[in-house]
Write a protein that binds this ligand. Structure first.
Ligand SMILES: [Fe+2]
Length: 212
């Protein structure tokens, strides 16, 4: 088990469960994606589970830009997962070429009182969410919310498996502009409503990654 760096020392490890990935998007990337919203994009919110105002398809250029910016991170995510899932024994095959197929990509425009019920993403293996904008003044709402016993306004909640001793079955994230997460597409997640007037904007992509 080469994942255990020093077998003579006590250590803790978590070999079960899905891997998530985090990447901080540079400000230029956030700006580029926000500007892409100025284009006339197709709204397909009627076909998705979100109870939100708009879910707008990326156009071809935006999709290509996102793929160029994120592919290396997604390769690293697969390398990490392959290595972890084999307890350090396996790695991505260096003789093969990574191929990222973006099946769908869209902006999510969520306003006060809107929400996104628990769901998974279908017809893909990997999904992601990146945060592009938050309502002005949401920090004051969060300040109050964090005095409560279970703060969650405007947060995304990931759920996996069953609750039990020594295991973690859920993960709650407070969105911050520039934060980008990837996760297996079968992982249940939902977004809670917030009450500050304004837009919480994110984007998601459904992807299939392969080594060819
Ligand atoms: Fe989703």
């Amino acid at each position: 088990m080469s994942i255990l760096k020093n077998e003579n020392k006590p250590s803790f490890f978590a070999p079960f469960g899905p891997t998530m990935g985090y990447f901080k998007m540079p400000p230029e990337m956030v700006e580029y994606l926000n500007k892409s919203m100025d284009k006339n994009l197709d709204d397909f919110s009627d076909y998705l589970v979100g109870k939100v105002s708009q879910e707008l398809h990326f156009d071809k250029d935006t999709r290509k830009y996102a793929a160029d910016e994120l592919t290396q991170f997604i390769i690293d995510y697969h390398q990490y997962t392959k290595n972890r899932n084999s307890m350090g024994e396996a790695n991505l095959d260096k003789n093969k070429r990574p191929y990222l197929d973006i099946i769908a990509a869209w902006f999510v425009r969520q306003f006060e009182h809107e929400y996104n019920p628990m769901h998974v993403h279908e017809n893909c293996t990997l999904s992601c969410v990146g945060y592009l904008k938050l309502p002005e003044g949401i920090n004051e709402e969060w300040e109050k919310d964090y005095k409560d016993h279970y703060p969650s306004n405007g947060h995304i909640h990931f759920v996996y498996g069953t609750s039990g001793q020594y295991t973690c079955s859920n993960f709650l994230i407070k969105p911050q502009v520039g934060d980008f997460y990837i996760f297996p597409s079968y992982l249940f997640h939902g977004v809670y409503p917030f009450y500050t007037k304004g837009e919480r904007r994110s984007f998601s992509m459904n992807m299939i990654f392969s080594m060819v």
